[in-house]
Design a protein around this ligand. Structure first.
Ligand SMILES: [Zn+2]
Length: 168
């Protein structure tokens, strides 16, 4: 059975930055494999493109440029705002505005999103709205564990049931 749309695919992979020897981002080795339904838009399109047609046991090794992954780093998404925006009852909660903190925010349309504290000044802060992996070229190495047909209910729910998936 080969990987194609509506198959449940299980892979072990290691994700590094730029090349196979780059900085380690994450790895499934020693843990549970990544299990997902192929071809329903849950993964980065180039990730699926590289696995298309593979079968259990096949090895893979490929790069995905930042623009095709989490996007290029956008300088205009680094925004300076007054600190008092984050005051609650007249004061900023302790530890809220520390570099690297992810802040849950809401825009005027009520959409929820996250921004990272990138810089803290006397009365202003810079919040970075780029994806944490923006501007990073990805490199994947790994192998296909298994390929099976997705159940009709899995396709209906848009996620995998059982091992490595949802239990409900
Ligand atoms: Zn379900």
């Amino acid at each position: 059975m080969v990987i194609e749309p509506k198959k449940v695919v299980s892979v072990h992979y290691t994700l590094t930055e730029g090349t196979a020897d780059g900085q380690l981002v994450e790895s499934t080795n020693g843990g549970q494999p990544l299990v997902f339904i192929f071809g329903i838009g849950s993964m980065i399109p180039d990730f699926e493109k590289n696995l298309n047609g593979m079968k259990a046991g096949d090895q893979f090794s490929f790069g995905i440029p930042a623009a095709q992954a989490y996007g290029e780093y956008d300088d205009t998404a680094l925004v300076e705002v007054p600190k008092n925006m984050f005051e609650m009852d007249g004061k900023i909660p302790d530890g809220l505005l520390e570099i690297g903190n992810m802040l849950p925010l809401t825009d005027q349309q009520g959409n929820h999103f996250q921004g990272m504290v990138a810089w803290v000044g006397l009365d202003k802060v810079k919040i970075d709205f780029n994806h944490p992996m923006a501007g990073v070229d990805l490199f994947f190495t790994g192998h296909v564990e298994s390929v099976r047909d997705a159940d009709p209910t899995e396709l209906e729910h848009g996620h995998v049931h059982g091992e490595g998936g949802h239990h409900h």
